[in-house]
Design a protein around this ligand. Structure first.
Ligand code: PRP
Length: 222
């Protein structure tokens, strides 16, 4: 690993493509990343001294905390769930959705009376924090890895805690939003040591990206 390079950890998929679009606007590009058929995971632009790697979204905060990457872009959901020590420096205004408690409409009452309920979720830390510290309700958390909506449908759980974007998954499965936990969007995060050691370059990137996010907002794109 070249010490003087700035390394970005990006979440494979749409968020990485959006982030690269923002970076392109501030002059940070990476030609080898643009090949749609590539199976590479690490990409370099030696002229600019930047490197990118693509990881599972939930691993981005880990790479940044340990300094394998100086910067990263991850959803607030992942950051809250992972609870890593890093600096969250900029809301990119993309990947917007809501973290919600969802279930059949009939489950609403069970949330009012603080009954013991079962909650299926990909986000056990967020769910536990919400029910224990905000609602003071004792719940049993059941961790699932996807298709969480199945929980109440097949009788595994009373409700779910999950992200809702368009709401179509809920609608098509006869479920509704019962409570909102928090808003979610993608954040730029920075390793705490890199922030000091590479302060000049990283601050410039943050400031330039702030400007781009502002412009995108003004143009109604965010
Ligand atoms: C996410 C989330 C919901 C859905 C919400 O699942 O867990 O199921 O998207 O989006 P919507 O409100 O626009 O329908 P994802 O697509 O990541 O798949 P997964 O269920 O396998 O986690």
């Amino acid at each position: 690993m070249k010490e003087d390079y700035i390394t970005f950890a990006l979440a494979k998929g749409r968020l990485a493509r959006t982030t690269m679009g923002f970076l392109r606007q501030i002059g940070i590009t990476c030609a080898e990343m643009e090949d749609p058929d590539t199976r590479k995971l690490v990409f370099t632009n030696d002229d600019l001294g930047v490197r990118f790697f693509l990881s599972k979204p939930s691993d981005v905060p880990t790479f940044v905390e340990y300094g394998a990457a100086d910067l990263g872009v991850a959803g607030k959901d992942t950051l809250m769930e992972e609870g890593r020590r890093l600096y969250e420096v900029l809301d990119l205004g993309v990947g917007k959705c809501r973290m919600c408690v969802c279930g059949p409409a009939a489950a609403a009452e069970r949330l009012q009376h603080h009954e013991m309920i079962r909650v299926a979720t990909k986000y056990p830390v967020i769910a536990k924090d919400y029910f224990r510290n905000k609602k003071h309700q004792t719940v049993e958390i059941i961790k699932l890895n996807g298709s969480v909506e199945l929980g109440p449908i097949v009788g595994l759980s009373d409700v779910i805690v999950d992200i809702v974007e368009t709401g179509s998954t809920l609608r098509e499965n006869g479920l509704v939003v019962l409570e909102e936990v928090c808003d979610i969007s993608a954040k730029l995060v920075v390793n705490q040591v890199s922030m000091k050691m590479k302060q000049e370059r990283i601050s410039a990137i943050i400031e330039d990206l702030k400007r781009v996010v502002c412009e995108e907002k003004n143009q109604g794109n965010l």
